[in-house]
Design a protein around this ligand. Structure first.
Ligand SMILES: [Zn+2]
Length: 322
């Protein structure tokens, strides 16, 4: 199985936290790393494993589907992407944020027209299933999620053609609150929700999730980001060499957090995700990052900027959640 950038960056975040503690590197004073390590740290193998699994979970889950006529199978996909994946976008627009809407997605080109035709034919009955097992959450939690509330509000019969999905900040922020605000949930539920939530924190650092583009280099860009990031570790021979790399990265993250203190002052995971969308939007406007992203490319230097931001904002989010 290919490790996704979410899992990679999420687990690297925990290594960085451990290294910051070990080397006693400076971080903003309101961040308490011990309480994160108490739940997800080195001694917590089971917790860490669950956390890791849920960092990758949302793309696998089929919760939104189109009810097809004539006894055909229910349809979960559009252009090979599950409809659930459409909840992972956050597009800054006129000082606000909007979620994915394929009418605005110029990466689709001819597919958009094709999609419109398909959707007009089939898609007036969009369903949301809050009991999907892969989530691992109780239906009570799922039923309160932004997608469920939206479909409820629209009355179940939804025309996907002009449907605007909840933003990554609304969805990730919801799961951040499940962890942060309701300490009555079991520790397992909180760890799963934390992994889930960080997935959205990281997605807001991904070019295409902020441009609102499903195609044109989307998965290529993410794969390139991942392989550039891996190349930083340069096939370490042993734990000692690996730790050396993590020491360098931990130093960079410590500097980043100290230089960007406003990040650690954010009050909720939703705010962290929105601030990541602003960061990425600004990043897209510098150098030729946008043009490169449309071709599915990113160089090593820019990879470092994106991944360092992702790790720093994951640390801030974990601090808010635990
Ligand atoms: Zn993506």
């Amino acid at each position: 199985m290919r490790i996704t950038h979410h899992r990679l960056i999420g687990l690297n975040t925990l290594m960085v936290i451990e290294m910051i503690k070990q080397k006693d590197l400076p971080i903003p004073e309101n961040i308490n790393l011990d309480k994160i390590l108490d739940v997800l740290g080195r001694q917590q193998r089971d917790n860490r494993k669950r956390f890791k699994n849920y960092l990758g979970a949302p793309d696998l889950v089929m919760d939104v589907y189109i009810e097809m006529p004539f006894g055909m199978d229910d349809k979960y996909e559009f252009c090979g992407h599950s409809l659930s994946a459409f909840q992972h976008f956050i597009i800054p627009q006129n000082g606000k944020y909007r979620g994915y809407n394929w009418d605005y997605d110029d990466s689709l080109a001819v597919l958009e027209e094709l999609g419109d035709i398909l959707m007009t034919m089939f898609s007036t009955d969009v369903k949301y299933d809050p009991t999907v097992e892969e989530y691992g959450f109780s239906p009570e939690i799922m039923v309160k999620s932004p997608m469920s509330l939206l479909i409820d509000r629209l009355g179940g019969n939804v025309d996907l053609d002009d449907f605007e999905f909840p933003t990554a900040a609304e969805v990730g922020g919801y799961y951040g609150d499940v962890v942060a605000k309701d300490k009555n949930h079991s520790i397992i539920t909180r760890i799963k929700a934390a992994g889930f939530s960080l997935h959205f924190v990281m997605d807001a650092c991904c070019a295409h999730h902020v441009m609102g583009y499903l195609l044109n280099g989307h998965s290529e860009w993410e794969a390139h980001l991942e392989s550039n990031w891996r190349s930083r570790f340069d096939n370490p021979k042993d734990q000692k060499q690996l730790n050396k790399k993590f020491e360098i990265i931990a130093k960079e993250i410590s500097d980043y957090l100290m230089e960007n203190q406003e990040l650690s002052k954010l009050k909720s995971v939703k705010e962290v995700i929105e601030s990541n969308a602003e960061f990425t939007n600004k990043w897209l406007k510098t150098n030729n990052n946008r043009e490169m992203a449309m071709r599915g490319k990113i160089n090593r230097h820019e990879t470092k900027k994106i991944c360092n931001r992702a790790i720093a904002s994951c640390i801030v989010s974990l601090n808010l959640m635990f």
